[in-house]
Each structure stands twice: as C-alpha cells, then as structure tokens.
Write a protein that binds this ligand. Structure first.
Ligand code: SF4
Length: 244
C-alpha cells in the first residue's frame, strides 16, 4: 500500500523533533565532497528500498539523542576545524523534516564560514515554497535526489504515491523562483530503474527548469548485503550497481 509522504513526514516529525531539537545518533568526518563534517540524524518521509541508512531513516537507533541546533552545529564546527574541512551536512535521514532546527543549524555553521550541503529527497521543499525561500537566503548547496525516472518506479522504490514524483522537480523550481543560484543546486539521479529513453526524458525535464540542471550527478546504488537482500525481496535490483 502506498503512502502520502507529507502525512508520514508529520508523523515521523512528532517522534524525531521536539521543541526545535532533533534526534541524532552519530557525528563523524567523511570523505565525500573531498571532506565534510557529518551529523547522522533519524527519520525520513520516504521508505526507499535501497536506503543505506534504513536503521536510522526507518527506525530509531537505541543510542539516538535529542540535540539542539547549537549542540549539533558546535559538533560539526569542531570536526570541520580539527580536520580542515569547509563543508558540513546532516544525513542518515531527511534533514528538512524539522525545518526550524535545520535552518538554525545552517545559520550557525554558515556563521563559522562553513558551506552547508543539503542532501534532500525534495518532497518538503517541493511542497513548501516558503522553506525553499528560507534555504535560498543561506549559504547552502542543495542536492536534490531523484529516485527513479518515472512516477511508477518512484512509487515502487520509495513506497510513496506516484504523484509525489513531481515534488523534487518542484523543489528545484521553488529554489530558482526564490533566487537561489543554479550553481548552488544539483539533481542527483539514481541509475538502473528505467530505459535510456526514460532517463533522456528526465534530463529534458530538468533542462526545461534550467538548462544547467541537465548536468546531473548520477547515483549508483552500492549493493551492501542488507540492501541487496531488500532489493531482491522486492524484485527491484537495479540494472546498474556497484559492489562494496
Ligand atoms: S530519502 Fe534517503 S534517507 Fe530517506 S529512505 Fe530514501 S534513501 Fe533513505
């Protein structure tokens, strides 16, 4: 049975966000983007079969703690300073679920000169133009993940109703309308769930929003053993993948 990710997002937010605090279970450095201070949070509004972080996006780790934006940003800043990074991010779940908390974390890391990388599934920013306007006021590179090239495949992979396939595209449109520079956003497209024609159509769609958006980042699923098991069980192994 498919679900409405806006409704699921509300339910999950009630559990993972409290009084502008949010649940986190880990802080670390990371090699992505040439080095980035990373906070691993809890909770998502999608249920992607290939999610590498399903233990935190679909469940609540036992050691997760509610933290204020000030605590999260000071840990990120400390990691960045120690390792010489200029970037920070929140991953492990959907960062936009607790939007006031997220915006405060971004403000605090921006004040320390760090660029925030927002990795998002785009559902909430596609729904809420005001959130896109708030993001556009800040020093943020937005990476919007597009899980599949067609609404049907999107629904099978994420569990969400197929009309929400549109929302990541709307998120990019909302950001552009809010004046966020196109060089500060990118679509990240998961490979292996459609024909060449379907992916070509997806690129045309992105180019119609802005020509530079056709320059996408291709995302290749890594078949970690648990990811492989879940994909096989659902009959959703991608045609392209990497092995760990
Ligand atoms: S949107 Fe990201 S965090 Fe959420 S379920 Fe999908 S892959 Fe996992």
């Amino acid at each position: 049975m498919v679900f409405n990710p806006l409704e699921l997002g509300k339910k999950v937010s009630k559990i993972v966000c409290k009084n502008d605090k949010r649940l986190y279970y880990r802080f670390r450095g990371g090699a992505f983007y040439g080095g980035i201070a990373t906070a691993d949070t809890v909770g998502c509004n999608l249920r992607c079969v290939f999610c590498w972080s399903w233990r935190s996006s679909h469940q609540i780790p036992k050691d997760a703690k509610l933290l204020a934006a000030e605590e999260v940003s000071s840990k990120l800043i400390e990691i960045a300073r120690r390792r010489g990074y200029s970037l920070a991010r929140i991953t492990g779940g959907e960062p936009t679920l607790c939007s006031s908390h997220l915006l405060r974390v971004i403000d605090l890391v921006n004040e320390e000169g760090l660029l925030f990388i927002l990795e998002t599934n785009g559902i909430l920013m596609g729904y809420d133009e005001k959130l896109a306007r708030e993001i556009a006021k800040r020093n943020v590179f937005v990476r919007v993940s597009i899980k599949a090239p067609t609404p049907e495949k999107f629904s099978k992979i994420t569990g969400a109703s197929k009309e929400f396939f549109e929302y990541p595209f709307k998120a990019l449109e909302n950001l552009i309308r809010a004046g966020h520079p196109v060089r500060m956003m990118r679509a990240s497209v998961v490979l292996g769930y459609g024909s060449e024609k379907e992916y070509a159509e997806l690129l045309r769609r992105l180019a119609s929003i802005h020509p530079e958006l056709a320059d996408v980042e291709w995302e290749i699923i890594t078949l970690y053993p648990s990811v492989k098991r879940r994909l096989e069980k659902k009959g959703l192994l991608p045609s392209v993948y990497s092995v760990p």
